[in-house]
Design a protein around this ligand. Structure first.
Ligand code: PBG
Length: 329
C-alpha cells in the first residue's frame, strides 16, 4: 500500500521539532557534562617508575609517587581539575598505623602533587582498610569494629593528609561521628581551610570488587555490612546526610552512582548541598569488559552514564573515566 503523503495530524504539540538538528538539541539540552566536574582516582604505592596495571580495571594502574605526578599532570592538561588519592602502603598492621604516616605514599604524593602540578585540587580518601593487616575499615575487638577508637585513628590520618597539603579529605569508612572528629582535629591544628567531602551514603555494594584488587583492601574474613548501608534503604541515606552536614561536611557523596541514582536525586533535592557521586570500580569494569568484547559502544555509554549521574543531581563525579571523558568532551 502506498504511503498517504497528504496525511496531516492536527497536533498542538510536536516535541520532535526540538530534536531535528544538533544545533537545536544543543540549545535545549538540560544537562551539560564538563570535565570541571570530574575527580580522578589515583592509587599510589611505594617505589619509583612503578605503573602496575590493575587486571580488572583496564587503563588504571597502581602508581609510584613520580608516576602519580605524571598521571595527574596529564589529567590536568586534559581539563580534569581534581584527583582523589588512595594509598597502597608498604606495611600493614592491626591498627593501620601507616594511614597517618607522613612518609607513606599518600602523604608523599600530596606534597609532590601540590608542589609540581599547578592548581591541581588534591582530595584524599580517608579509611583504614588499605592499611590494616585484616583489611577491615577500623580497629577490631574480636570480630567487631570499635567505632570510637577507629574514629580517633581516622582523624589522625586526615590531619596527616591535610598537613601534607590536601585541599579536601574524604572519609569513606562509614563510622559514626567521624566527620565531627575530623573537623575538630583539623581546626585544632589550624587546618580550618581543609574541606571535608564525606562519603555520607556508602552502600554495602558488590560493585567495589575491582577496587579491592586495586587497593589490596579486601577483608580477610567477613564483610562490611556492620557499617556500610543496606542497598534496600533510602530514608536511612537521608538521615546519614543530615548527620554528616550537621557535623560539618562541606560536600556529601553517594556511592555507588548508577545503581543509586534515586538516592542521589533525593539527597540533592532535600538538602541542596554540594553533592558528589562515585562511579565505582565495578561500574567502570562492567563497561570496559563489555566494550572489549564489542558488546557496547564505549565512548557512547561512558558519556551516557556520566550524563545520567549529573542529571540525577551530582554536582561532581568521582570517575575512573575522568581522563577518557575529558578527552571526549
Ligand atoms: C574504602 C573505599 C572503597 C572504595 C572507595 N573507598 C572500598 C570499600 O569500601 O571496600 C571503593 C571505590 C571503588 O570501588 O571504586 N577506602
Amino acid at each position: 500500500m502506498a504511503v498517504e503523503m497528504s496525511a496531516r495530524l492536527a497536533l498542538t504539540r510536536r516535541p520532535r521539532r526540538l530534536r531535528r538538528t544538533e544545533a537545536m538539541r544543543a540549545l535545549v539540552r538540560e544537562t551539560r557534562l564538563s570535565p570541571d566536574a570530574f575527580i580522578y582516582p589515583l592509587f599510589v604505592c611505594d617505589g619509583e617508575g612503578v605503573r602496575r596495571e590493575i587486571a580488572s580495571m583496564p587503563g588504571i594502574c597502581q602508581l609510584s609517587v613520580d608516576e602519580a605526578v605524571a598521571e595527574a599532570r596529564a589529567a590536568k592538561a586534559e581539563g580534569v581539575p581534581a584527583v582523589i588519592l588512595f594509598g597502597i602502603p608498604g606495611r600493614k598492621d592491626a591498627t593501620g598505623s601507616a594511614a597517618a604516616d607522613p612518609d607513606a605514599p599518600v602523604q608523599r604524593a600530596v606534597r609532590a602533587l601540590k608542589r609540581e602540578v599547578r592548581d591541581l585540587l588534591v582530595v584524599t580518601d580517608v579509611c583504614l582498610c588499605e592499611y590494616t593487616s585484616h583489611g577491615h575499615c577500623g580497629i577490631l575487638e574480636g570480630e567487631e569494629i570499635v567505632n570510637d577508637l577507629t574514629v580517633e585513628h581516622l582523624a589522625r590520618a586526615a590531619v596527616s593528609h591535610a598537613a601534607a597539603g590536601a585541599d579536601v579529605v574524604a572519609p569513606s569508612d562509614m563510622m559514626d561521628g567521624r566527620v565531627a572528629a575530623i573537623r575538630q582535629a583539623l581546626d585544632e591544628r589550624g587546618l580550618e581551610q581543609t574541606a571535608i567531602m564525606s562519603y555520607a551514603v556508602k552502600y554495602c555494594s558488590g560493585f567495589y570488587g575491582p577496587f579491592r584488587e586495586a587497593a589490596d583492601s579486601a577483608p580477610e574474613s567477613g564483610d562490611r555490612r556492620s557499617h556500610q548501608m543496606d542497598p534496600a534503604n533510602v530514608e536511612e541515606a537521608l538521615r546519614e546526610v543530615e548527620i554528616d552536614l550537621a557535623e560539618g561536611a562541606d560536600i556529601v557523596m553517594v556511592k555507588p552512582a548508577l545503581p543509586y541514582l534515586d538516592v542521589l536525586t533525593k539527597v540533592k533535592a532535600r538538602f541542596g548541598q554540594p553533592t558528589a557521586a562515585y562511579q565505582v570500580s565495578g561500574e567502570y569494569s562492567m563497561l570496559k569488559a563489555a566494550a572489549q568484547r564489542g558488546w557496547l559502544d564505549e565512548p557512547r555509554v561512558m558519556l551516557e552514564t556520566l550524563t545520567a549521574i549529573r542529571r540525577a543531581g551530582a554536582d561532581m563525579i568521582v570517575t575512573y573515566y575522568a581522563r577518557e571523558a575529558a578527552r571526549a568532551l
